[in-house]
Design a binder for this molecule. Structure first.
Ligand code: PRX
Length: 634
């Protein structure tokens, strides 16, 4: 297997060297204390890790800090107020350059506004916004005040928003009138009103940023315009310190049941690890690099690698509002060229889309400023890896394939650029300070050239501290599988190759990964069964050339299917509406029966075989093996 050692020029200037592994191995706690001390602590910590209440960790437990102070004030105090923090690029072509001083100013105004609304530390704020600067301002203002934010991806439906707002009991929702989508304004505030409806909720105020100029429904007293409140508020605000374990945010993600899990992250450990990884994995140099992470703040990648890690490290970054093909497929490449992007972090699904669009598009642009490329969200196939390196990276830049999860908060497994000779498609190994193993069902480590389950066998600073409102589910989901060993079970399969390097194989549970988005089969099934025509549904993720996996549903109807084609479109639309367009099934098959075991469990493995057009696996445990004849001919 060909590997790609770093170019000597890159290695010579890299932030990380091989000694980092040694240092972390020799004294893990000391290592993490050093990383934490790259931050500003209002009150220094004396203890590093307290794991006595496992699986709930306390990191730097007696220290106190303010996240927004770390991301803004200290850079301004250090004389970097005029450095651009965000080069924001709107979808219609408008743009804004926001310096650290200006960002601090905005965040202070927002913080003063939130305080005036009566919010106090520990209160929850829901953020339902497209990629506008005010979304980042809101997150930082929450962090500054010790409010716990819950960002809900703006593509989620009113039902999904309501579910998350209720679970977190948010007192405030911050949103926009609408968002630009492929040249057209699409309503968003409207969805908030629909979510809130007339049922009582915990929400006292809805703060609305004017983005697209659409008329919006309005509820006096409850609803407020950003440009009439935040803009008028005072820009001076002193950041107060909060304990290291103060809740920073909740972010909902899909699990194996239909109910999303509110993953809880806290302050000191989270900021330590996001800043540490952003510095070392992306080799980021403040004041020199132009960094661009293409994620949306609705996902954890946006939290950790647009907001907290980069801003803590005083990055100058590009934030882009729109889709990669607005107005055409050149957009990302134009942006790279326009700003001279040096570090680019994206998802394999987009790389495969670029491959499909053809290389004459990137070749029409000067991409020579790029010096490091990153990948996240799903396994990257070696062909896409090589294409990425060749076309984006002039066959020279390191690629960091970064494995992590909403739950891990920050990157866990990745090559270190400048150190690791990376292999296309491999996440390679745990970062310094992180410990992972690949084990079999019994917890025995697998050997080289073997695959098994990925576990994290040591706590890490940015680990989740629980599931909001459901600590039992937290223990059950992540810690029960290897309870006697005390390991975190990630839900992913992994392989060690002959050299002992690690490859992520994908989820081993009922969670699908579509374009890097996690969607549970149960969520889509429940949306389908919510339609009156559907009696039963089974959903699987089938491999898909572009999106990694595509959603394939098998449904049994309540009555006789008259116009099947129309119904299939209606069902696809129903899922989009109930969850989000990202959960829209690629295919829906109407079938007379579903394959079940004697205990009544749907055999998804067999349905995946059908969906991927494979020979059927072992059907001997089925109640009625003949159902497949019916499914195959349906
Ligand atoms: O299956 C793994 C996959 O994405 C899952 C986590 O999804 P989420 O919490 O939405 O976070 C995505 C962004 C961090 C993992 O369990 N995954 C993530 N990164 C990789 C990956 N699979 C393979 N390679 C990766 N680099």
């Amino acid at each position: 297997m060909t590997s790609y050692p770093p170019a000597p020029e890159f290695a010579a200037q890299a932030n990380a060297d091989a000694a980092l592994y040694e240092r972390a191995r020799a004294d893990r706690d000391g290592f993490w204390a050093e990383q934490a001390n790259r931050l500003h602590w209002h009150k220094p910590f004396t203890e590093v890790l307290d794991w006595t209440d496992a699986p709930v960790a306390r990191w730097f437990g007696d220290g106190e800090l303010n996240v927004a102070y770390n991301c803004l004030d200290r850079h301004v105090i250090d004389g970097h107020g005029d450095q651009v923090a965000i080069h924001w690029e709107g979808e219609p072509g408008d743009s804004r350059a926001i310096t650290y001083a200006e960002l601090l100013d905005e965040v202070c105004r927002a913080a003063n506004t939130f305080t005036a609304l009566g919010l106090v530390p520990g209160d929850r704020v829901a953020i339902y916004m497209p990629m506008v600067p005010e979304a980042i301002v809101t997150m930082l203002a929450c962090a500054r005040l010790g409010l716990t934010h819950s960002v809900v991806f703006a593509g989620f439906s009113p039902t999904a928003l309501r579910q998350r707002v209720d679970d977190a009991e948010a007192r405030l929702i911050v949103t926009t009138d609408g968002q630009w989508r492929r040249g057209k304004p699409a309503a968003l505030k409207y969805a908030v009103d629909e979510a809130l409806g007339s049922d009582p909720s915990s929400v006292e105020h809805v703060l609305v940023v004017r983005r697209v100029g659409l008329d919006v429904p309005w509820t006096e007293v409850r609803d407020l315009w950003w440009d009439e409140t935040v803009a008028a508020a005072s820009p001076s605000h002193e950041a107060q310190p909060f304990p290291a374990e103060h809740p920073l945010f909740i972010l909902y993600t899909s699990g194996t049941t239909g109910k999303p899990k509110g993953i809880l992250h806290t302050t000191g450990g989270y900021l330590t690890q996001t800043a540490y990884t952003h510095h070392n994995v992306f080799d980021h140099k403040p004041g020199h690099d132009i960094y661009w992470c293409t994620a949306d703040i609705g996902w954890v990648t946006g939290h950790s690698y647009i907001v907290y890690g980069p801003l803590a490290n005083r990055a100058t970054q590009v934030v882009y509002e729109g889709t990669p093909n607005s107005p055409d497929e050149h957009r990302h490449f134009q942006i790279i060229e326009k700003y001279g992007v040096t570090i680019y972090y994206t998802a394999p699904t987009l790389i495969r889309t670029f491959m499909k669009w053809g290389r004459d598009i990137p070749d029409a642009h000067d991409l020579s400023t790029l010096r490091l490329l990153g990948s996240v969200g799903e396994p990257i196939n070696p062909e896409a890896w090589r294409w990425y390196r060749e076309v984006f990276g002039a066959n020279n830049t390191p690629i960091v394939d970064t494995w992590w999860q909403t739950e891990t908060g920050a990157i866990m497994i990745a090559p270190l650029p400048g150190v690791t000779a990376a292999k296309p498609g491999a996440a390679m190994g745990p970062l310094p300070g992180i410990s992972a193993q690949v084990v079999d069902d019994d917890g025995t480590p697998v050997g080289s050239d073997e695959s098994g389950l990925l576990v994290l066998d040591q706590p890490w600073p940015s680990m989740l501290r629980g599931i909001w409102n459901d600590m039992d589910r937290y223990r059950e989901t992540y810690w029960q599988r290897f309870a006697s060993e005390g390991w975190y079970f990630a839900g992913d399969g992994a392989k060690l190759d002959a050299d002992g390097d690690l490859w992520i194989l994908g989820r081993v549970d009922d969670v699908m990964n579509v374009s890097g988005h996690r969607i549970s089969t149960a969520e889509v099934e429940s949306a389908l069964v919510g339609h009156p025509a559907v009696a039963e549904a089974a959903v699987v993720g089938a491999s898909d050339e572009t999106t990694g996996q595509g959603i394939v549903a098998f449904v049994i109807l309540t009555g006789s299917a008259a116009a099947a084609d129309a119904l299939v479109s209606e069902l696809k639309a129903a899922v989009s509406l109930e969850i989000s367009p990202i959960a829209r099934p690629r295919e829906i098959h109407i079938v007379p029966e579903l394959p079940k075991t004697r205990s009544g469990k749907i055999m998804r493995r067999l349905l995946r075989d059908v969906a991927e057009g494979r020979e059927l696996g072992d059907t001997s445990t089925l109640v009625d093996p003949t159902v497949f004849e019916a499914i195959a001919t349906a």
